[in-house]
Write a protein that binds this ligand. Sequence first.
Ligand code: MN
Length: 339
Amino acid sequence: MKTEKESLKLTENKAFRLITEKIKKSKKVLLIGHRSPDLDCVGSLVSFFYVLKSREKDVRVLSDFKHSAWTNFNNPEISRKVSREFNPDLVIMVDYSNRDVLELGALKFLEKQNAFIITIDHHKKHSQLGDLIYIDDSIHSCCEILSRLFFSMKVDLTEKTRTALLTGMLHDTGIFAYYPLTLKSMRTIIRLNKTGEEFQKASLLSRSWNRVDDFVRFSKYATLMKIDRSLGFGLVVINNLVGDTGSLTSSISNQSIFIREIKSILVLKKIKGQRFFRASIRSSEESGIDVSKIAAFFNGGGHKKAAGFQSSMSSVKIIAKVKELIWEQIKNSKGKIQK
Ligand SMILES: [Mn+2]
């Protein structure tokens, strides 16, 4: 693996030009996302796969494809196993923010490779790595950045690719319930929604449950939800979970934001046999609470209204700390209004 270079200050034009050049020169490309991929990550990998295929690259995706987000996009071509003998000359990594959450085995695989590494991300600078790191955290999904990249590459996107990109855009923005729909995003949507069916399909996918089990598990654990009304703070603690597919914490926390009483929500999950909690944290539009700052305390990452972290602290300690940090933010924002 090569040393990390600071390339964060690239303009979109410059970054897209460099990325396009690297793609042009490459023959074998490996695509990598984050563990427990969501629809933005899967949409990014799937669309990149098809784009690179159309340019006649030998392209593979590093994943075990077990996560339910793959259900709607998986095809045998994409889910081909990456053998140790596959020596890519280009590795493209997307949507992960923290290198520790990269797809299992990614770092080990990269250590042995001499490939040029590109990271494309819409998460704030955390520990992304690569020879070329392009981050635009003003854009609310990786799929939107990739759409713009593919437009600039003048790729003739297929309906499948356009639907995958739209699905990621709609997923990460809660169909623009979490974030404002800017003119820039709207223009991207219009270009992707060529037949009119892509948006409908993507909107349906981003609201769908892939498996009955996912929905049953969601319903079961959502009953654990409690609320601290003084803070508008929702809380779900899941202990010793068996048979997890990874999306439980985010599906509960994403849905909770549509409960008007809840201004912020923390979902903690400990998988049976593991010693740490995985946490998902969200805040509502009007709360003004920046949950990425709370996640950062635990060395996690994310966005203003959606973030996550891991911690080996006890649930009692995590909850107390999160509440304290929320309270501080509320206090500070009230102070500002009074001034
Ligand atoms: Mn994303």
